[in-house]
Each structure stands twice: as C-alpha cells, then as structure tokens.
Design a protein around this ligand. Structure first.
Ligand SMILES: Cc1cc2nc3c(=O)[nH]c(=O)nc-3n(C[C@H](O)[C@H](O)[C@H](O)COP(=O)(O)OP(=O)(O)OC[C@H]3O[C@@H](n4cnc5c(N)ncnc54)[C@H](O)[C@@H]3O)c2cc1C
Length: 398
C-alpha cells in the first residue's frame, strides 16, 4: 500500500460514492456550469457541496477525518466531475496535493494539526511551486525562508497558484539554503497561511497580488502569492521538520497529481466524444446524418479508441499507485497520453460541430479551451516523456 494507506473500499461502497457524485453533478453542477464558466465566477455553493461530499479529504486517511479513498476510486470521481466541468476538480485536487504532502512527509504533530482542518475544507489551499522565473526548473526558485529563532521568515513571489485567492493556505516550495550545491539540497516545503488557522485572523507579510486571466479553467482562481517578511512557526510549518527535503516532496512525492490530471483529461475527452456522437446523428448534410459520412466516422473511431486507451492508462497508473511504490513511469504515461488525447479529441469535436463548435452556447468550445492546460500542469508533457524514458532505462538496465 502507498503512503496514503487507501482504505480499500468494497465495490458496493464505491458504487454508492460514485452514485452520490453523479446525483450531485446532475442536480447541482449541470444547471449552473455554463453560467459560472462564462462569468468566470467562483462556485461558492458548489464548494460547500464538495465539503459536504468529503472531497476535500477524499484521499486523506480516515484517522484524520478523510474518506481514505484509493487512487482508483478517486480518479473515477475526478473523471466524472471533469466530464461536466473540469474547473471544479482543480478546487479539491490542488488542495489534496497540499494535504498529501503533509500526510506523506509531515511530522505527527503537523498531520494532527493540519489534516483535520484540511478535510473539512475549513482551511483550503493548494501547492505553491511556480515562480515568475521558475516553472519546470524548480531548483531555480528564489523564494527564501530564513530561520529566525523558532520561526521561518519568508520572502519571495509565487505565481500561477491554483486556489491562491479564494483559498487560505498553501504548501510552499522555498529555499532554506540558497547557496546549497547541488541546488535541490537547499530546498524545503512549508505550510503557509493567510489566516491564523485557529483564530482566523489575517496574518501579515502574505498577500495575493492580482487574479490571473486565463484562456480556460474559469471559475477557479489562479493567482500570485507575495511573501514579504511572512513569519510561521517552524514546528508547524516546516513539513517533515527537516530542511533540504522540499525538492523531493515537490517532484517525487506527488505522482497522484499526475494521475489526477490524466483523469481530468479523460473526463474532457469523454465529454467531447459523447457530445460528438449525439451531434453526428442529429446534424444532417447531403440528406443524411453526418455520422453516415465516412470522414466523420474516421474521426469518431479515432476519438473513441484514444479516449478508451487514455482511460485504461489512468486505471493502470491508479492501480499501480494503490499497490505502493514509485509510479513515475505509469503516472507519466497516463498524464502524457491522456492530455494529448484530450486536446486531440476536443479539437476533432469542434470540427464535427462545425460552426456550432465555436459557439459559446455549446460545451465544445470550453473543452477546447480547457484541454491544453492538461499538457502543461503537473509537469509539462515534454518533461513527462523524459521521465518515462529515464524510468524505462532505469528499469531495464543491461
Ligand atoms: C492555469 C494554471 C494553473 C497552474 N496551477 C499551478 C499551481 O497550482 N501550483 C504551481 O506551483 N504551479 C501551477 N501552474 C504552473 C505550471 O505548473 C507551470 O506553468 C508549468 O510547470 C511549466 O512551467 P513554466 O510555465 O514556467 O514553463 P517553462 O518551465 O518556462 O517551460 C517552457 C517550455 O520549455 C519546456 N522545457 C523546460 N525545460 C525543459 C527541459 N529541461 N527539457 C525539455 N523541455 C523543457 C517546457 O516543457 C515548456 O514547453 C499553473 C499553470 C497554469 C497555466
């Protein structure tokens, strides 16, 4: 079993959970998704529902109040929600990446302090790695945390952080020894918060800057974090209680994030395919439904085969994660293939829909705008292929 010790729930329990998610999607998400998307409105009511459904603790151990779901069940939930509105999955997934770092690497005291607050959604957040001058090359970050007595004092800027503005806290990658060589040895991960977790009083030295405007992924906020002399207590904020392990936490500890992006991608592709299959049977040209034209059949055939292959790769990676051990290769393959498939299938859906695919009245233009992010987030696809290749060689040494 993996570090998050998933409670291997029965098939009947999994069905019950997925049924309640389906019901929520149908009754609460579907009626409002288009309006919230096009207004770029943060979905306050749906966030409350997500808290009630337990999604903010979906993969957190039950001993801290979480659902303790396996990656397999979790990725099925993500696929279903992403089929309806992908943005929602970012609100709880980025949060769960923060929770996963604490659960996997935190001290007992930190797990007991933070996780019960995370699972209820009382303290929500995300993962703060990227900076204006450092994304893929995380070792180039410049945010510094200096020890001062029992505190760390943080200075620097993060950007593109999901949930930065509407959330409260963030697992932050920092340099605790900016002169370390190799560079990764000087990196640590801190839990930082805009409010005192107990009193909810705003804290000094941490602010958000502007909300970032995006092509897609609307509704969820992406923003900056600006630290200027922000102080946090080392016992609670330095994850794992030991400096120098932040790079490992950011890169090696979060394969579940890549499985999640892959699952979101499958959700996007499945929706694009479903809409296309319906549309192709109703839209007529030259006296027959376009589904009877071979040019459209070739598209549908490709879309269906690739979407199913992507789904199987996600299941494969999730199963490997649940079995324990490192799954860089499986997660990388799923993330790479599924996200490229999402882009391809959404693009083909737009072709099948013709002019209507370009209309904001249909969901296709949203899928088309949302899909490319899947190729960028949680490690770009260029990097995924490099990771896959390195793992291939490492696992097949001659
Ligand atoms: C909507 C959105 C939400 C995001 N949410 C978060 C978040 O919650 N937390 C967070 O920390 N970050 C987040 N990000 C940032 C995201 O993780 C980065 O954009 C991503 O890691 C790429 O970094 P970059 O943009 O700096 O690109 P760069 O690192 O500058 O890369 C530019 C290009 O060069 C390629 N490249 C770079 N290095 C190599 C190499 N060694 N070999 C081959 N190719 C290479 C890349 O693949 C890419 O094609 C988000 C981004 C977006 C757009």
């Amino acid at each position: 079993m993996n570090a998050h010790s998933p409670a291997m729930i029965s098939d009947a329990d999994e069905r019950a959970i997925l049924d309640s998610i389906d019901k929520w999607i149908e009754q609460k998400v579907r009626p409002v998704a288009m309006e919230l998307e096009h207004g770029d409105i943060w979905p306050a009511d749906l966030v409350n529902d997500m808290a009630e459904l337990g999604l903010f603790g979906a993969i957190v151990d039950p001993e801290y109040g979480g659902l303790g779901l396996s990656a397999t069940t979790y990725s099925r939930i993500v696929m279903r929600i992403a089929e309806e509105w992908m943005s929602l999955t970012g609100i709880f997934n980025s949060h769960l990446m923060m929770a996963t770092v604490v659960q996997k690497f935190g001290t007992q005291k930190q797990r007991e302090y933070w996780l019960p607050r995370f699972v209820t959604g009382e303290m929500r957040g995300g993962l703060g790695l990227t900076e204006p001058d450092a994304g893929t090359d995380l070792q180039a970050i410049r945010t510094v945390a200096r020890r001062d007595g029992s505190d760390y004092v943080v200075t620097g800027t993060k950007t593109w952080i999901s949930n930065a503005i509407m959330g409260h806290c963030c697992a932050l990658l920092v340099k605790t020894d900016p002169d370390a060589s190799p560079r990764y040895k000087g990196m640590s991960m801190l839990i930082t918060s805009k409010i005192d977790p107990e009193t909810k009083v705003p804290l000094l030295g941490i602010s958000n800057g502007k909300k970032l405007e995006k092509l897609g992924y609307k509704g969820i906020d992406s923003g900056e974090f600006i630290f200027d002399g922000y102080r946090c207590n080392a016992d609670l904020c330095l994850i794992g209680g030991e400096e120098g392990r932040g790079f490992l936490m950011a890169t090696g500890g979060l394969e579940i994030g890549r499985v999640n992006i892959a699952a979101r991608s499958v959700g996007i592709a499945k929706r694009a395919l479903k809409e296309s299959v319906i549309y192709a049977q109703t839209r007529k040209t030259m006296g027959k439904p376009i589904a009877e034209h071979q040019a459209i059949q070739l598209k549908l055939g490709d879309m269906a085969a690739k979407t199913r292959a992507a789904e199987l790769l996600v299941e494969d990676a999730a199963r490997a994660f649940d079995a324990g051990g490192r799954i860089d290769m499986e997660a990388g393959m799923a993330k790479y293939f599924a996200s490229e498939t999402a882009v391809e299938v959404a693009t083909e859906a737009m072709r099948i829909f013709g002019g209507y695919g370009y209309s904001k009245e249909y969901v296709i233009e949203r899928l088309y705008r949302d899909a490319p992010l899947m190729c960028i987030g949680e490690g770009t696809n260029e990097m995924q292929r490099i990771i896959i290749a390195k793992q291939l060689v490492a696992r097949n040494k001659i």
